[in-house]
Design a protein around this ligand. Structure first.
Ligand code: G1P
Length: 299
């Protein structure tokens, strides 16, 4: 049975949807309440047994390295003030058995190109790809669910969820046949098709467990209309030689690459956050009951 120890986090992309917030800071560092998106993604990977985190970074992303590094100054100040539990929280962001590796992607040439940048570090092992702007909640965590499916079938696994018809053009979309209640044998995969061309209503969420064979297929992918090398066509090409499964994960996806998804995540997480859930819930109820409709526009 093959184990999965390594995960690739492509974080080099330039964000346009959260400007100006992301002009000088990475979108992956946007917090949902008090934790950056990238940390949610890393915690999910660690819960799934991943011990080697490979970040594909680019210009302006160094703060991600700082976030997962020791911060002696912050810890020293917290301990001096008697804030032990906060100091532990900061210290424990990267557990001691986990290592972080950073690879620079000189130009943001697409998700497939980012994954290809990790080839030498991955070698001949299966590995996960985790896109931090998809915040996935599940019990067990979604990547852990996927690693179980991967180990059971010894095949690459892609996380999917059913979307409304207009969702096709913002996802990779798979075609295939259900094998099991939540497991689909993939026969095709298309990147962001027009709704009428979508092979099914199952869109790809940002989690993959892939066999290393994908690298050879990535090498054959031609740049798309935007000059980017996508991961989706490499997976499609891999279907010629091996089985790929799609997995309808148990849990909820927040598309934090969009303002709406980010707001939904913020509200849902706030309603469960141990410091603010009561007061936020009370405020929200009052707000909804008392003052329906916005009274102004924020610019
Ligand atoms: C990427 C993938 C797409 C997938 C999506 C999930 O697109 O290319 O197939 O459905 O992530 O979030 P992106 O959102 O980076 O444009």
């Amino acid at each position: 049975m093959l184990a999965v120890h390594k995960a690739v986090f492509p974080v080099a992309g330039i964000d346009t949807r959260f400007l100006p917030a992301t002009k000088a800071s990475p979108k992956e560092m946007l917090p949902v309440i008090d934790k950056p998106l990238i940390q949610y993604a890393v915690e999910e990977a660690i819960d799934a047994g991943i011990t080697e985190l490979i970040f594909i970074t680019g210009r302006g992303k160094r703060v991600i390295e700082d976030h997962f590094d020791e911060s002696y100054e912050v810890e020293r100040v917290l301990r001096a003030r008697g804030l032990q539990s906060l100091a532990e929280l900061v210290h424990g962001i990267t557990p001691s058995n986990v290592s972080c590796i950073y690879v620079r992607q000189a130009e943001p040439l697409g998700l497939g190109h980012a994954v290809l940048c990790a080839q030498k570090l991955i070698g001949e092992e299966p590995f996960a790809v985790v896109l931090a702007d998809d915040l996935l909640e599940g019990q067990p965590p979604v990547l852990e669910q996927m690693v179980h499916i991967f180990s059971h079938y010894d095949s690459s696994v892609i996380a999917v969820e059913e979307f409304e018809s207009e969702g096709a053009c913002s996802h990779g979309v798979i075609g295939g046949r259900h094998w099991d209640e939540r497991v689909i044998s993939v026969s095709s995969i298309v990147e962001k098709p027009a709704p009428q061309d979508a092979p099914s209503a199952f869109g790809v969420a940002g989690r993959y467990v892939l066999m290393p064979a994908v690298f050879e297929h990535l090498r054959g992918v031609r740049p798309d209309a935007h000059g980017e090398i996508q991961l989706t066509p490499a997976i499609h090409s891999m279907l010629e030689t091996e089985q790929v499964l799609a997995y309808e994960f148990i849990g909820k996806r927040y598309d934090c690459g969009t303002k709406l998804g980010y707001l939904q995540a913020t509200v849902d997480f706030a309603l469960r956050h141990n410091e603010v859930h009561d007061t936020f819930d009370a405020w929200l109820r009052q707000r909804m009951g008392g003052a329906a409709g916005a009274s102004g526009t924020a610019h």
